[in-house]
Design a binder for this molecule. Structure first.
Ligand SMILES: *Cc1c(COP(=O)(O)O)cnc(C)c1O
Length: 394
């Protein structure tokens, strides 16, 4: 199998699995207990927290473990809204956020009296800073803009967004699930107050994530119960998950420069071959400000789902956008937001590389896409019609 869906999830690194194993077997103690094996669990959590904090230039006590990216996003938005309700009810976000953000915003809007501004993005998926500034009101309590998009890979100017938030004394949260471990992020340099991340997107385990909360920010517990995570997130810690996540974060940071340079080169080779060798297709997302491993292309006269099924038959795992929208007939909200017409958005393919992806895999994939696109177009009455009209024009 050729796995090109690393934005959906990644393979758990062997080093990560190995580091986790003892915490399933002999070191199963509850970190809150006082005997020796419990102490080992507690130490392991401390180490994992430090490993993660190091990657962000954060303090370990600013890292709060959760069950993943979705929980971290929910926590950041809902708890900020509650804690700052006296100051105002306005939140600014974008139209291209992950559903963990968008559906939480809709909930706050419908059930809790929030007012939400969903910013447009430009044709490459980048937030316009002047529009962000214009959207700010005295009631604005939070700006939540993702660091990098999961569908089209566009990287946002988070440093500038953080600066604007600071100038207006507004909290800044960023969903960095796709960006953490892929591009350098410093919470201090970017003025980030809260940041969400998830283990399984960086070769760590599933079901573990964290929310970075800058020291001094008053947001409440999301899960009530025991005193774990400095009383802000109750529940016996996912010790093996935290251990694996810590190792995954460390590995991602150490290999970042070399890995992403390689990925970027392969990505551009992949994009270049498709655009050159297949007619009537376009690259979605920013050509430069994009994640090193993301390629998102729309093919005219093609149904993305058919393309995916035929790629699967050739042993290639890819996606038409985000895993969440697969199986739904609605075109991706991200592709709509960058202005793609419905029929073109429907013919989109997302290929996301890993550090292990090879040039041979890319070549095989492009060769297969070429054949499949030609076959699917051959069966399309729309394409037939289009070709006939082109001919009469000549
Ligand atoms: C995957 C993803 C999430 C959700 O993370 P989970 O750990 O799967 O809950 C949130 N935001 C973005 C941008 C993602 O890519």
């Amino acid at each position: 199998m050729i796995y090109l869906d690393n934005a959906a999830t990644t393979r758990t690194a062997p080093e990560v699995v190995e580091a986790m194993l003892p915490y399933f077997s002999e070191l199963y103690g509850n970190p809150s207990s006082i005997y020796e094996i419990a102490g080992k669990s507690k130490e392991a959590i401390t180490k994992g927290r430090e490993q993660i904090a190091n990657v962000l230039g954060a303090k370990p006590e600013e890292i709060y473990f959760t069950a993943g990216g979705s929980e971290s996003d929910n926590w950041a938005l809902k708890a900020t809204f509650e804690a700052y309700r006296n100051k105002g009810n306005h939140i600014i976000t974008t139209k291209i956020e992950h559903h963990a953000i968008l559906h939480t915003c809709e909930y706050l809007e419908k059930e809790r009296g929030a007012r939400i501004t969903y910013l447009d993005v430009d044709e490459n998926g980048v937030v316009r800073l002047d529009e962000l500034e214009k959207a700010i009101t005295p009631e604005t309590i939070l700006i939540s803009v993702m660091t990098a998009n999961n569908e089209i890979g566009t990287i946002q100017p988070i440093r500038e967004i953080g600066r604007i938030a600071r100038e207006h004394n507004i909290l800044f949260h960023t969903d960095a699930v796709q960006a953490f471990g892929q591009i350098p992020i410093s919470v201090d340099e970017c003025g980030i107050d809260m940041l969400s991340s998830s283990g399984h997107k960086i070769n760590g385990p599933k079901g573990i994530g964290f929310l970075y909360i800058r020291k001094g920010i008053k947001i409440r517990s999301f899960v009530h119960g025991g005193a774990q995570e400095r009383k802000r997130r109750a529940g016996t810690e996912n010790v093996p998950g935290i251990v694996g996540y810590g190792v995954a974060a460390k590995l991602a940071a150490e290999s970042m420069q070399e890995r992403t340079a390689r990925e970027t080169e392969l990505r551009d080779y992949l994009i270049g071959r498709i655009l050159k060798e297949i007619p009537y297709c376009r690259l979605n997302g920013d050509p430069v400000k994009r994640l090193p491993n993301n390629c998102n292309i729309s093919f005219e006269f093609i149904e993305g789902e058919s393309l995916l099924i035929m790629l699967d038959m050739k042993g290639i795992a890819a996606s038409s956008g985000s895993a969440c929208t697969s199986g739904s007939l609605d075109p991706s909200h991200v592709l709509m937001a960058i202005g793609l017409p419905h029929e073109i958005a429907h013919g989109s393919l997302r290929l996301t590389l890993s550090g292990d992806t090879t040039k041979e895999e890319i070549d095989y994939t492009v060769d297969q896409i070429k054949v499949i696109v030609e076959r699917l177009r051959g069966m399309s009455p729309l394409y037939e019609d289009f070709v006939r009209k082109q001919k009469t024009k000549q």
